[in-house]
Design a protein around this ligand. Structure first.
Ligand code: FAD
Length: 348
């Protein structure tokens, strides 16, 4: 029988994070069969605990080296399970290691709808529920049926239904306890009948430009892919982790006071009537950061929310730039902005 885990010492992580910054893991452990995770975690190198669960490395910044072993779950199974309870589709279970975009396209090809607006988001299926990935008016929580996760501290395999995941804007139960739960698989409830969401950020216009007048979920995904390719730098060409800052959520009165002073500031409804979400991109742009560059650490010229590595920037240099951006937004607007990616080897 093959080993439950593959181990590598002093493993370089530069190609395993989309910022492309250098970092070294004392041990990198890869587990393909999640049913052998408990066994894998008993190997001497992992017995004292792991410092980081690593997916595609597209939502973290190595500001330093991880202080202990790094674990990657590389299972690749995708299986339809039952009919979905509340829709005409099915429950589909995917292993944590399945690349997210490939999963979206595979589901669309199989005739399932829902995930089309989330096409081309980098990363893995296992990481998708952690920050409740979202794009173009859709969040993954709308389709998560259950999350299966192993808890090393208790040795239990948990199954969280949608409510138990406590999803919020770029948030979930898992985000608050990094590495407590190792997500081994996610079950999605996917309808066959589409309910297309076209009213967000140019999707309808893109479909028109593509000559599509009766859009299918697949066509919407193609439109989203085209828009994303134009707007966001490709990490393969220019290191980045997508949006570096979350849109800040403020009490309604504070947001309205800012809007009165800055009428072009985009303000959206928050989680309830009493809160408002502001555009972090607008705030950063207004402070003059778009296209800024300090050596190889910079801000995308196309998108003020995206920090970029022009080549040899270190994680510490990118973090320093991020802190200066946040300080300038705080000084000018009195608004605190926070990073979306997880920081490894540093605190915000
Ligand atoms: C160009 C670009 C565009 C992006 N666009 C979007 C977007 O539109 N919307 C959006 O929401 N995000 C976006 N992101 C962010 C990112 O793609 C997502 O957050 C993605 O889900 C991260 O997946 P990952 O596998 O790379 O996770 P990683 O970066 O490897 O890890 C992120 C966090 O999840 C944890 N983790 C990963 N896998 C597991 C697991 N199996 N079990 C437990 N913990 C785990 C890690 O420990 C870490 O805390 C973008 C990133 C890039 C580079």
């Amino acid at each position: 029988m093959s080993a439950a885990v593959t181990l590598r010492r002093d493993a370089a992580l530069q190609t395993r994070n989309t910022f492309g910054v250098a970092a070294t893991a004392p041990v990198l452990a890869e587990v393909a069969d999640a049913s052998r995770l408990a066994e894998a975690l008993q190997t001497p190198e992992l017995r004292d605990g792991i410092a980081l669960v690593l997916g595609g490395g597209s939502n973290l910044l190595f500001a330093g080296d991880p202080e202990g072993p790094v674990l990657a779950l590389s299972g690749q199974r995708v299986q339809p399970l039952d009919a979905a309870p509340d829709c005409d589709g099915a429950i589909v279970r995917a292993d944590a290691g399945v690349p997210w975009h490939a999963f979206v396209m595979r589901m669309l090809d199989a005739g399932y709808a829902g995930l089309e607006n989330l096409a081309l988001i980098p990363g893995t299926v296992g990481a998708a529920p952690i920050q409740n990935i979202g794009a173009y008016g859709v969040e993954v929580r709308e389709f998560v049926h259950a999350v299966e996760a192993y808890e090393p501290a208790s040795g239990r395999l948990h199954r969280f239904d949608n409510a138990a995941c406590r999803f919020g804007y770029r948030d979930s139960l898992f985000k608050h306890a990094p590495d407590r739960y190792l997500i081994t698989a996610v079950e999605f409830a996917l309808p066959r009948t589409p309910a297309l969401r076209l009213d967000y950020a140019g999707i309808a216009e893109e479909l028109t430009a593509m000559g599509v007048d009766a859009p299918t979920p697949r066509a919407v995904a193609e439109a989203v892919i085209a828009i994303r390719r134009r707007k966001l730098p490709d990490p393969a060409q220019l290191g980045n982790a997508g949006s570096f800052f979350k849109n800040p959520i403020l009490p309604r009165a504070q947001a309205e006071a800012l809007l009165a002073e800055h009428p072009s500031l985009p303000v959206f409804r928050g989680a309830d009537e009493h809160s408002r979400k502001l555009s972090a991109a607008w705030l950063i742009d207004a402070c003059g950061w778009k296209g800024h560059r300090d050596g190889d650490a910079g801000v995308s010229a196309a998108h003020a929310l995206v920090l970029v590595n022009h080549g040899q920037a270190s994680g510490a240099q990118l973090l320093d730039l991020a802190r200066r951006i946040a300080a300038s937004v705080q000084a000018r607007f009195g608004v605190a902005i926070e990073p979306e990616p997880r920081l490894i080897g540093a605190r915000w």
